[in-house]
Design a protein around this ligand. Structure first.
Ligand code: SER
Length: 320
């Protein structure tokens, strides 16, 4: 039996992952850790939630003790573009928050899932077919917190035996909760704008290739890595995972198969563009495939079909 705490449970990934964890492990066994935003809908109705600010170690320890937690999914974070506006906040949540989680995990013997990111790479990384183990000198504060996090998780495993595991997520595309302030957010917004206004102004330039993934695959990655047989894991943390790579022109062309009049314009955001240019075009995720069976289901075509169907239905009902 698992007792799970999810920090950042109202965020883009947390809001869907928490519900999936409740389906798998029982509603009462998965605690939604919330901070500034109150949970609504299914997240609030299907199971317990509790105020857990990851930067407050006492709050974390209290939740772990109260619910006898054995696994922490630590999703609370500040995304890349917001992190450039407020680097101190990105560091505090990204590094000090994770440090607290690892200390509490060490004390109470919890496993920890930590999501790293394509942001953990930088301009000196080989950007095509980016290897699992390679140069990591990111130039965004977000990336710096992610590399630090990867190393902290390795350290707590090697030094203290904490069962830390994690992946490097690419841009995650979803239709439930909007991401907040990431460089890859355009690939979510484009679907909403296509349905609502049949046009989109893209903040990244043509030819900017980035790894992406549809949320159902991201959730499977997070669950499956924690379920994996540890004897097969040569890496424990920061597995490259990806399911597709595209640039703005390619996703626009895919949307046009469904909405032929869709218009794409460009107004490049220099902060986001600089970040995107320093991130991989596509990663080699063979270590994840070999060591724990990573095998994504969705590609750009099937994701686009699903995204447009769900968002069109929400629009028809007046929900967006
Ligand atoms: N989606 C994230 C961002 O753009 C990348 O991990 O910040």
């Amino acid at each position: 039996m698992k007792n799970i705490l999810v920090t950042g449970s109202v965020g883009q990934i947390g809001s869907e992952l928490t519900l999936e964890l409740r389906r798998r492990y029982g509603n009462g066994n998965v605690i939604a850790g919330i901070n500034r935003t109150q949970p609504t809908g299914a997240l609030a109705e299907t199971g317990p939630f509790m105020k857990v600010d990851a930067t407050n170690r006492e709050e974390l320890a209290a939740a772990v003790k109260k619910y006898n937690i054995d696994t922490i999914y630590h999703l609370a974070a500040v995304l890349s573009a917001v992190g450039e506006k407020n680097p101190g906040l990105a560091w505090n949540i990204g590094v000090n928050g994770l440090y607290n989680v690892l200390e509490v995990a060490r004390e109470f013997n919890c496993a920890v899932f930590f999501p790293s990111s394509i942001g953990a790479f930088g301009p000196t990384t080989p950007l095509d077919n980016t290897p699992q183990d390679t140069i990591q000198r990111p130039t965004s504060m977000y990336g710096i917190t992610k590399v630090t996090g990867e190393m902290l998780c390795d350290y707590y495993h090697l030094r203290f035996g904490v069962d830390t595991r994690g992946v490097r997520f690419p841009g995650i595309i979803s239709n439930v909760t909007l991401p907040g302030g990431g460089t890859t957010d355009y690939a979510v917004e484009i679907y909403y704008e296509a349905v609502k206004h049949q046009r989109f102004t893209c903040p990244l330039s043509k030819g900017t290739f980035l790894d992406m993934m549809y949320m159902p695959d991201a959730i499977n990655a997070a669950v499956n890595i924690m379920e994996a047989d540890p004897s097969r894991l040569k890496h424990r943390n920061a597995f490259n995972v990806s399911s597709m790579s595209f640039d703005p022109e390619i996703i626009a062309a895919e949307i046009r198969k469904h909405i032929p009049g869709f218009i794409m314009e460009y107004d490049v955001d220099p902060i986001k563009q600089k970040i995107a240019d320093s991130w991989p075009n596509y990663m080699d995720d063979s270590a994840a495939r070999e060591e724990w069976g990573w095998n994504p289901v969705y590609n750009l075509e099937s994701m686009t079909r699903d995204m447009l169907a769900v968002i069109t239905e929400k629009h028809r009902k007046g929900l967006i």
